[in-house]
Design a protein. Structure first.
Length: 476
């Protein structure tokens, strides 16, 4: 079966799932009303300098000022960064979305991603993605890029460039240069704060970043999105256009391929292992802790062998869960205790092998004296837990419940499905009042769209007997 990419596109959100032989290995969920801003470039005005932190707060036109570190130059080149002054206009790029009440994180080291390359103007350096492990291919790509890169230009060769020809790399570089020229023109005429470059639409961005050459098929469940995807592929990655397939089955795509169930499992703490063991995934303010439990595993004759086998399975599954849940920052895994050093080395190898395929920079730091494995993962997007749940008011954050938006979007999908398969009559939804209010006010236009598209009347009724994530749809 190989790798397949599934894109579920609605007016409320875009979801993309990367599957490998039927297993979910990456998940992107982006709400339309708060789409990721990572990669967008702005003209900003420096509001306040934090000299003790070598940082500044920059107004880029969002509700909260962005945080700009001023030590980029020294960290990357050893040279001190160009100083900024309060009130000065600077061009910055968002590198991390706003998370947990903090503003976006900014950088003056602007980069532009293409299909095969990332353009880094004024960096004067060619680098190759760490995920390209073949030394011969790395040398070939480096040699091609040395001829393509002009003086003072920098490029990062992306994983998708494996096997790319000189002409393909040249074409990608020219498109990126054209984009940079338009940004410079807007910079010379624009006023701060303003956006001078916005990244691609979520569907197209997923294609650019995830549809590598080894993808067997790209399944899209919306006709307009599928058409836009094909046109984008024909322009940017011609060999991929014929692999874009429109899903038009009676069953919703994410349900048919078991992706909905995978998403539900990724939102709970307990993850069951085939061996009978389990993982407990708990995220706190400072770190995420993953505890490995052996449960009733009885397939080994001694404790060391039992621990090693369970830990091997747990290492692979923990690395997958980190990626699917988009867990970032410091991660600590408490494996079952083992005495054999070779066994510990094998566990670290498994973690590093899986982490090496992660698009987010991930480092396996090793085993602490307390027997815990430490991992760090770059934070770029909101974690899945924050997207799909919210803090429970009753327990004040001790537990979490599904957010009103997440439940409302699930109901929209259910209404659309039921409108096509149930007998004629009004569709009446019974749900908690908060959810009904959300559907009437926040998503009212989408409910109307379903009525117009199916010719069915939808009635929303609030009933306090229902829990937040429970509802019924009946025909009356």
């Amino acid at each position: 079966m190989g790798q397949q990419l599934f894109i579920n596109s609605t007016d409320a959100e875009v979801r993309a799932a990367l599957m490998d032989d039927g297993a979910l290995i990456d998940l992107i969920i982006e709400r339309r009303e708060r789409a990721s801003l990572v990669g967008n470039i702005y003209l900003g005005r420096v509001e306040r300098l934090m000299k003790g932190m070598e940082a500044a707060f920059v107004n880029i036109g969002l509700s909260r000022s962005g945080f700009l570190g001023l030590d980029d130059g020294r960290r990357h080149t050893g040279d001190p960064a160009t100083p900024v002054n309060e009130g000065e206009t600077v061009m910055v790029q968002i590198t991390k979305d706003a998370i947990d009440g903090k503003g976006v994180q900014l950088s003056r080291r602007v980069t532009l991603p293409g299909r095969y390359l990332v353009y880094a103007p004024n960096h004067d350096r060619v680098m190759v993605s760490r995920q390209i492990a073949d030394e011969g291919e790395r040398d070939r790509l480096t040699g091609l890029m040395v001829d393509i890169a002009g003086e003072g230009e920098g490029f990062i060769v992306r994983t998708a460039a494996v096997g790319a020809t000189a002409d393909e790399l040249q074409s990608d570089s020219e498109q990126l240069r054209e984009t940079w020229l338009s940004i410079e023109q807007m910079q010379s005429t624009g006023k701060a704060p303003s956006c001078v470059h916005a990244d691609l639409d979520p569907v197209l961005r997923v294609l650019r970043d995830y549809a590598l050459d080894d993808i067997a098929a790209v399944h899209v469940d919306d006709g307009d999105a599928a058409e836009a995807a094909k046109k984008f592929c024909e322009k940017v990655m011609p060999g991929m256009a014929e692999r874009v397939k429109l899903h038009n089955g009676r069953q919703q795509m994410f349900e048919q391929f078991g992706i909905e169930e995978e998403i539900e499992r990724a939102c709970v703490q307990r993850v069951d292992l085939i061996s009978g063991g389990s993982l407990m995934v708990q995220t706190a303010e400072a770190l995420t802790a993953i505890d490995v439990n052996s449960s009733r595993f009885d397939g080994a004759s001694d404790l060391e062998q039992m621990a090693f086998r369970t830990n091997c399975e747990a290492a692979s599954e923990a690395a997958r869960q980190i990626r699917v849940r988009n867990i970032s920052g410091l991660i600590v895994i408490d494996f079952i205790h083992m005495e054999n050093d070779d066994n510990w080395e094998r566990i670290l190898d498994i973690l590093e092998e899986v982490a090496g395929r992660d698009r987010n920079a991930t480092r396996v730091l090793g085993v602490t004296e307390a027997g815990l494995v430490e991992i760090t993962r770059r934070r770029r997007r909101e974690p899945l837990l924050h997207t799909m749940t919210e803090i429970c008011e009753t327990c004040d954050g001790v537990g979490r419940i599904r957010s009103v938006d997440a439940v409302s979007i699930d109901i929209l999908r259910a209404l659309q499905r039921e409108a096509h398969v149930t007998s004629p009559g009004e569709l009446v939804l019974y749900a908690q009042r908060d959810v009904v209010n959300s559907l009437e006010n926040g998503f009212g236009g989408l409910v109307d769209d379903i009525e117009d598209a199916t010719g069915r009347t939808i009635v929303l009724r609030a009933d306090e007997e229902y829990a937040r994530d429970s509802y019924d749809i009946v025909v009356e």
